[in-house]
Write a protein that binds this ligand. Structure first.
Ligand code: NDP
Length: 252
């Protein structure tokens, strides 16, 4: 079991994509620190496996991230696997997007990933191997209308891994981005009422509208993102570095 004994950090590990991969990593033998703002969500997930460790941490707060990750490393060792997954998605036409909307997205999706990856890297010694993975989106590789701040933030994290994969070429650490299409999680479900109103359709109609680019015409499931993430943090993926892996059923 190649993950056994490793310390993995999954931000946003209390729900959705993060929760599913955190459980898979724990079952594979890793000790997994799961973070988020809602303690109740984290505690629910931590109760599912003894190797899941909850940590309340707000990725938009520098002190919270630096202190939180340092404390996790003290308890469980260097962060050898970091999945910077926490994020928010808000939709609005560009001409109605305020500076406050823009900043809210950037501080979570971009600053949060910067802080998380930097703090995780700081726990690794010069010879330590590491897997740093950011969750971007199909919106990181193409434009998503009515979601310009989200699109920019998800392009931004790809820039981050491109830069880091060059800067850390002398170290045994890889930096990659996963770019999922629409996955059936809260972030998508929470947008359905707005889409139903906008398109004048029911819930199935709203799902059909956003899933129409997928070959299956259905939302992706979290086991698909988990499979890709487990591969990206495996020993076999040691030469995959600075890459974007799109998992979108043909949407891009
Ligand atoms: P969820 O809404 O279930 O997960 C988002 C997670 O991020 C939550 O656990 C939330 O926890 C956490 N989070 C949000 N803001 C903060 C913050 N300031 N500090 C700490 N944690 C925070 O949706 P998904 O699982 O789908 O989303 C995970 C990632 O995947 C996101 O980055 C999203 O953009 C990306 N993604 C999702 C897609 C989809 O279709 N579902 C497609 C492409 C990318 P809490 O609220 O408790 O803090």
């Amino acid at each position: 079991m190649e993950h056994a004994g490793k310390h993995a950090l999954v931000t946003g590990g209390g729900t959705g994509i993060g929760k599913d991969v955190a459980i898979a990593l724990a079952k594979a033998g890793a000790d997994v620190t799961i973070t988020g703002r809602r303690a109740d969500k984290l505690d629910e997930v931590a109760a599912l496996h003894e190797r899941l460790h909850p940590l309340v941490m707000d990725v938009s707060d520098e002190v919270s991230v630096r202190d939180g990750i340092a404390a996790a490393a003290k308890a469980r060792g260097p962060v050898q696997i970091c999945i910077a997954n926490a994020g928010i998605a808000e939709g609005k036409p560009f001409d109605q997007t305020t500076l406050a909307d823009w900043r809210r997205t950037m501080v979570t999706n971009l600053d949060g990933v910067f802080l998380t990856v930097q703090a995780a890297l700081a726990t690794l010694g010069p010879e330590d191997a590491g897997r740093m993975i950011v969750i971007s989106s199909i919106a990181g590789v193409r434009g998503l209308k009515n979601a310009v701040p989200y699109t920019v933030s998800k392009h931004g994290v790809i820039g981050l891994i491109h830069g880091l994969s060059e800067e850390y070429l002398h170290r045994p650490i890889t930096f990659n981005a996963l770019c999922p299409g629409y996955v059936d999680t809260a972030i998508v479900r929470n947008q359905l009422p707005g889409l139903m109103k906008r398109f004048g359709v029911d819930e199935d109609g709203a799902i059909a509208a956003i899933a129409k680019g997928n070959r299956s015409r259905q939302l992706l499931q979290v086991d698909e993102t988990t499979s890709a993430l487990m591969w990206l943090c495996s020993d076999g993926a040691r030469s995959i570095n600075g890459q974007t892996v799109e998992i979108s059923g043909g949407q891009v």
